[in-house]
Ligand binder design. Structure first.
Ligand code: ATP
Ligand code: MG
Length: 776
C-alpha cells in the first residue's frame, strides 16, 4: 500500500489518508481527483474496512470497472469484488430489487428506457385524445422527468397550484393527468423508468426507517466522483445514506458542471460544507494530465466565468505544442482536415488510433467526421449515437426476454405481441388495454383470463391470444431450467423473429440477423463472466438489468484500436493524447440555445473547459465557414471561445483576418464580462438568422442523459417574440423560465431586450429575437 500512497503528491495524500468524517475535494481537471478516490478506497481496505461497507458512485459503469480493477491490483481480486461501485442508477437498481416489495413493486421489475417511456406517453396522449402537436411526447416526458428529479410526485404536483398553473399556461393543462396515468401504468406494468430508480430509492429510504438504517450501516464509507453533476434526487440519497456515519468523501470540479440542463445542481457542491459538520475541504492544484499550454489556456477560459470557485491549476509538464486552430470552408473540409491530420500524426509519431478523440457539441456533427475517416480507412468508434441495444431487432428480442421475466411489462408486450405478425390487431390491443385499465390489471393478466371476460373478440382472435400466452409461459419454463443463452437462442427461433428477418435479403436485413447473433454472443459472454465472478448462474434478469443500464462507454472493451468520436458531455472524466474539438462556431458552440442568459453561456464555457482539458498533449480547434444545418447551407462564424484564449497559446493554421470576430449580438450588458476592446471594427453585421440546435443536443448515452430538461425549444421556433406589442408591466410566459413580469425594455430591432422578473429564477435580461415569450 505504501508504494501507492507514495505515488501521490502531498496534497493528494492528505485526503487519501483521512479515514473518517465528511470531506470534499474541489479541484480542477486532471489534478487526480479520480485517482485519489481510487487509492483512498484501497487504503481504507488496508486499514481493515470491509469492502462490503464501501460504496463508490461514479459517472459511468466503465469508470467503476476501471477503478475496481486498479483496486484489485492493490488489494487483490477477491476483496475488490465485494465493493459496491457503479453509477447511481445501477447501484440503486440493485438495492431496489432487494426491497421492491416494500414499495409495491415486484423484485423482477422491468426498467423502461427512454424509448419505452416515450412510447407509453404517446399512447396515453392518444388514449386521452389530446393533440400531439401540443403535447409532444418527448417534451411531456422531459417535464415529468424534471418533476421526478425534484421529487415532485403526482400527489405533490396536484397539491401545488403553481405547477399546475405553469403547465396550463404553457397550454398543457392536462399534464398532471398524463403524469398520473404514466405513473399508474408503469406501476401496473411492474416497471420503473430511469428517474424512478432514484425517486423510488428516495421513497424507500424515507418511508422505511429500518431499510434506511440497514443501508446506513452497510455503507459506512461513501465516495462520489463528479459530484458537481448530481441532481437533487441523487443528492438526497447520498445525504440520507451518509447521515449516520458521516464518512462521506465527494470529489468534483464546479468548473466542470455541465448537466444543469438535465437537472444537475451545482449547489450540491457549493453547499456541501453546510450539510455536514466539520467538513474537511481539500484542494488539488497540480495537473498531471496536460501540457502547460493546455492547462493555461483552459485556465484563461474558465476565468471568464463569473460564477465559480477560485482555484489554482498548474502543471509541471512541458509547454507542449500550441493549440492549433483551423478554419475550413465547409464541414466536409473540416472532416478532411481532421482525418488527414490524424493520418499524418499517426505516421510521424507512431501513434495508435486510440490516441485520438474527436469531440463535438451535437451528435449530428459526427457524420462529416465519419465520412472523412472512412475515406482514409481510419477505424473509429462513435459513442452515444443509437446504441446497439436500442436497435429495433435487438429491442425485439429483448422485448420477449423481458416478458419472460416480467409478463406485466406492457411496453415489452406491445412491442412484440404482434411482431412477427400474428394477426393480433390494434383494435384487439385497444380492447385489452381498456379492460386492463378497468380491472386494474396488466394486459397480460387480461389475456390469461380472456375466456372469462367478454371483450367481444371472435374465437380466432382469442385463440391467437391464448397461443401467445402459452408461448411466453413455455419460455418461462425453459428459463427455469436452462441458462440465458439457451433461452435467448430458443426465443429468437421460436418466435419467428429470425425467419421474419430472413425475408429481407438486403445487406441491411442481413446485418440485422448478424446483430441478433452478436446479442447472443454478448449473452454468452455475460454468463461466462458471471460464472467467473462468483459461480453465479448467469441469470437472464441480471443480463437484462445490465443492458437496461448500459451505456456505450461501458461496452468499450478497449481491445480494438479506434479513434473515439463523442459529444463533449460524454467525454467528461476521460483523457486522450490528441483531441480535436470540432465545430467551434457561434450558434453551434456556444449553442444558440444558450445565448439567453449568462448562466447558460457560462455552462457552455464550462463545457469548453471540459473539452479542452481532455487533451494530454495536443488540442486542435476547428471551425467551418459554412455547414449544412437543418438541410440548409448556413454561414457560420468562429466561436467566441477561440478568441477567449490568449493568442500566445494558439497557432493559427489558416489566416484569420477576414472572418474572425465576435457577433455583435453579444454586445449587451447581460454579457458584461466580454472585453469589448476585443471587438474588431468595421465588420459587417451578420444577417444570418438564429439557428437552433436543440434537436441535436447531445444525448450522452448514460444515466444522466435521461434527465431531460423541463422544456425544449423546437428548431426554428425562435424569434417569434411579440416585441412590438411587449410593454413594461406585461405578464409573460417563457417556455423555460415560466411566468414573469416585464420590468423594462431597451434597444431596437435585433438588439431589443427585455428585463423580466421571473417568479422562479429572478430577474433576467433576454434578447427578444431569441426569447420565445407569450403575453398573458
Ligand atoms: P477530471 O477532472 O478530468 O475528472 P481528475 O481530477 O479526476 O480529472 P485523474 O483522472 O484522476 O484527474 O488524473 C489525471 C491524470 O493524471 C491521470 O492520467 C492520472 O493517472 C494522472 N495522475 C494523477 N495524479 C498523479 C500523480 N500524483 N502522479 C502521476 N500521475 C498522476
Ligand atoms: Mg475524474
Amino acid at each position: 500500500m505504501h508504494k501507492y500512497i507514495s505515488q501521490l503528491n502531498d496534497a493528494q495524500q492528505a485526503p487519501t489518508l483521512q479515514k473518517d468524517g465528511p470531506m470534499i475535494i474541489i479541484a480542477g481537471a486532471g489534478s487526480g481527483k479520480t485517482r485519489v478516490l481510487t487509492i483512498r478506497i484501497a487504503y481504507l481496505m488496508s486499514l481493515g474496512v470491509d469492502a462490503f461497507n464501501i460504496l463508490a458512485l461514479t459517472f459511468t459503469n466503465k469508470a467503476a470497472k476501471e477503478m475496481k480493477k486498479r483496486i484489485a491490483d492493490i488489494v487483490g481480486n477477491s476483496e475488490a469484488k465485494n465493493l459496491w461501485m457503479g453509477t447511481f442508477h445501477s447501484i440503486f437498481a440493485k438495492i431496489l430489487r432487494f426491497e421492491a416489495d416494500k414499495i409495491g413493486f415486484p423484485s423482477n421489475f422491468s426498467i423502461y428506457d427512454s424509448q419505452d417511456s416515450v412510447r407509453l406517453i404517446s399512447s396515453i396522449i392518444k388514449e386521452m385524445q389530446l393533440d400531439r402537436d401540443v403535447y409532444k411526447p418527448k417534451q411531456v416526458l422531459g417535464r415529468i422527468s424534471s418533476y421526478k428529479n425534484s421529487l415532485i410526485t403526482v400527489k405533490a404536483y396536484f397539491n401545488n397550484p403553481e405547477l399546475q398553473e405553469a403547465d396550463a399556461m404553457s397550454k398543457k393543462p392536462r399534464l398532471g393527468e398524463i403524469y398520473q396515468q404514466y405513473v399508474d401504468r408503469c406501476f401496473k406494468a411492474g416497471a420503473m423508468d430511469f428517474d424512478d430508480l432514484l425517486l423510488r430509492t428516495n421513497e424507500l429510504l424515507n418511508l422505511f426507517p429500518d431499510v434506511l438504517a440497514k443501508y446506513q450501516d452497510r455503507f459506512r464509507y461513501i465516495m462520489v466522483d463528479e459530484y458537481q453533476d448530481t441532481n437533487h434526487s441523487q443528492y438526497l440519497i447520498v445525504r440520507a445514506l451518509s447521515d449516520k456515519f458521516q464518512n462521506i468523501c465527494v470529489v468534483g470540479d464546479d468548473a466542470q458542471s455541465i448537466y444543469a440542463f438535465r437537472g444537475a445542481n451545482i449547489n450540491n457542491i457549493l453547499n456541501f460544507q453546510k450539510d455536514y459538520d466539520g467538513v474537511q475541504m481539500y484542494r488539488l492544484e497540480q495537473n498531471y494530465r496536460s501540457t502547460k499550454n493546455i492547462v493555461e489556456a483552459a485556465n484563461a477560459i474558465i476565468d471568464k466565468n463569473k460564477v465559480k470557485l477560485d482555484k489554482v491549476v498548474w502543471t509541471a509538464n512541458d509547454d507542449g505544442p500550441p493549440i492549433r486552430v483551423h478554419r475550413s470552408l465547409t464541414d466536409g473540409e473540416e472532416g478532411r482536415f481532421v482525418a488527414s491530420t490524424i493520418f499524418e500524426q499517426k505516421m510521424q509519431n507512431q501513434l495508435k488510433n486510440g490516441s485520438f478523440a474527436i469531440l463535438y457539441r451535437t451528435n449530428a456533427q459526427s457524420r462529416a467526421m465519419e465520412d472523412a475517416l472512412r475515406k482514409r480507412d481510419i477505424p473509429y468508434r462513435i459513442y452515444g449515437g443509437l446504441s446497439f441495444y436500442q436497435r429495433k431487432e435487438i429491442k425485439d428480442v429483448l422485448g420477449y426476454l423481458r416478458l419472460v421475466i416480467n409478463p406485466k411489462d406492457e411496453e415489452a408486450l406491445m412491442r412484440v405481441i404482434n411482431y412477427p405478425a400474428r394477426g393480433i390487431g390494434d383494435s384487439t390491443l385497444e380492447k385489452l388495454t381498456v379492460a386492463a385499465n378497468h380491472y386494474g390489471r396488466s394486459v397480460f393478466e387480461v389475456m390469461e383470463h380472456i375466456d372469462k371476460i367478454d371483450l367481444k373478440l371472435n374465437s380466432g382472435t382469442k385463440a391467437k391470444l391464448h397461443d401467445f400466452v402459452t408461448m411466453i409461459k413455455s419460455f418461462q419454463i425453459i428459463n427455469e431450467n436452462h441458462d440465458a443463452f439457451y433461452l435467448s437462442e430458443h426465443v429468437a427461433k421460436k418466435t419467428g423473429l429470425i425467419q421474419e428477418l430472413k425475408k429481407d435479403a438486403t445487406p441491411e436485413g442481413i446485418a440485422r440477423i448478424e446483430n441478433i447473433e452478436e446479442l447472443l454472443n454478448g449473452i454468452r459472454d455475460f454468463i461466462e463472466g458471471q460464472r467467473e465472478v462468483d459461480g453465479a448462474r448467469g441469470a437472464l434478469s441480471e443480463f437484462l438489468e445490465d443492458v437496461a443500464l448500459a451505456t456505450d462507454l461501458d461496452k468499450d472493451t478497449g481491445d480494438d484500436d479506434r479513434v473515439a468520436l463523442m459529444t463533449i458531455h460524454l467525454a467528461k472524466g476521460l483523457e486522450f493524447p490528441y483531441v480535436f474539438i470540432v465545430g467551434m462556431e457561434e450558434d453551434l458552440f456556444p449553442s444558440a440555445m444558450s445565448l439567453n442568459t449568462r448562466s447558460e453561456l457560462e455552462e457552455e464555457r464550462r463545457l469548453f473547459y471540459v473539452a479542452l482539458t481532455r487533451a494530454e498533449h495536443q488540442a486542435y480547434l476547428t471551425y467551418a465557414q459554412s455547414r449544412y444545418r437543418w438541410g440548409k447551407l448556413v454561414d457560420s462564424e468562429p466561436s467566441r471561445f477561440i478568441e477567449e484564449i490568449t493568442d500566445k497559446f494558439l497557432d493559427y493554421l489558416t489566416p484569420t483576418e477576414t472572418n474572425y470576430r465576435y457577433k455583435p449580438m453579444i454586445d449587451t450588458d447581460i454579457f458584461g464580462d466580454v472585453d469589448k476592446s476585443k471587438f474588431r471594427q468595421n465588420k459587417p453585421v451578420s444577417t444570418t438568422p438564429p439557428k437552433w440546435v436543440t434537436d441535436n443536443d447531445p444525448k450522452p448515452n448514460m444515466d444522466i442523459r435521461r434527465l431531460k430538461p423541463m422544456a425544449t425549444k423546437a428548431p426554428g421556433s425562435a424569434a417569434s417574440a411579440p416585441d412590438s406589442k411587449l410593454a413594461p408591466g406585461n405578464v409573460v410566459m417563457h417556455e423555460r423560465f415560466g411566468k414573469g413580469k416585464v420590468l423594462n425594455l431597451e434597444g431596437v430591432g435585433a438588439d431589443k431586450k427585455a428585463e423580466i422578473h421571473f417568479e422562479v429564477g429572478g430577474i433576467k435580461k433576454l434578447l427578444l429575437r431569441f426569447a420565445k415569450l407569450d403575453i398573458l
